[in-house]
Design a protein around this ligand. Sequence first.
Ligand code: ADP
Ligand code: MG
Length: 348
Amino acid sequence: MKKVMTDKRTELKELGEFKLIELLTKDFPRQHPSSVVGVGDDAAVIDAGDHYCLASTDLLVEGIHFDLTYAPLQHLGYKAVVAGISDIVAMSGVPEQIMVSATLSNRFSVEALQVFYEGIRRACAHYSVDLVGGDTAPARQGLVISVTALGRVEKSRLCRRGGMKPNDVLCVTGDLGGAYVGLQVLNREKEVLSADKEMQPDLDSYEYVLQRQLKPEARADMVHALAEMAVVPTAMIDISDGLASELFHLAQAAGLGVRVYEEKLPVDVRTDEAALDLKLNSTVCALHGGEDYELLFAISPQDVDKIARHAEVSMIGYATEADQGLQLHLQGGQAVPLTAPGWEEGGP
Ligand code: ADP
Ligand code: MG
């Protein structure tokens, strides 16, 4: 047997999340030809004969991914399903089933858990997915939620991360940065509340960014729109960790560079205004804020005319040769290297 334990101790932060996953999973040779895509994409791809099955698992940990002081349980249930569905959609798949697991402490009443499941139920109804199982275990404290999403895709429509070619045009759905700005609004209100219990939070003027944070939607509509436009992106990924981080993934998977234009980044005016109030730079929020659950994809230049008519898609730049690296062209015309903090030197 191979000796894997040694006296050496390496701290997790020395590796970062992605290098850690690579290290832990590298010695698993494929044993079934049906395992088409394993670790390293938004979802695993399994050959089911006439189509591919897609499977993805996400963990949400209290105190890390959500804070129950301001995330209502119903919204949390909804968002947990959205996160799973987004990974299926990012492979150009149609979500069909979910499995939900949770660790529960006696802090929660039956009624509270019913509210949580009401959120899950609404998401299942909205995305036409069936809840087909899960697991429940007691815990001393803290809520941990795991959602496994399953889906299917026609073989010819599968979109992986790695197929981008030089000059392919980079596209983003919807708008970016709102979820992060919404989170900062909530954090600010939490501080105000803890300083003065009598204060009423002023949240009305931030409705859009709060909804982006608390009740995001997955872009299941784009899977249908792309099929209708007869476009198969050469690469696709969901923007859950921030645009910059996902651009790094696409570039790395294809062995290419990217050039992105600040003025093309889609930021809603309501996100801009809220960012200004909070003294945040909305370009930075669009590039590095997470949880927008939009899609980043690349299309070949010949498909540009087909996509250009779609109101929900912004073209933000294009793929370059690897030696160009990852560049951001600022509004003034200056080009700067695009950085994804936490990606190269450690996880988010
Ligand atoms: P996402 O952000 O889309 O949820 P992650 O960054 O969590 O994806 O995971 C990246 C890839 O690594 C995925 O293919 C995922 O299935 C795989 N992965 C993550 N954690 C583990 C693990 N502990 N063991 C095996 N594979 C993992
Ligand atoms: Mg993902």
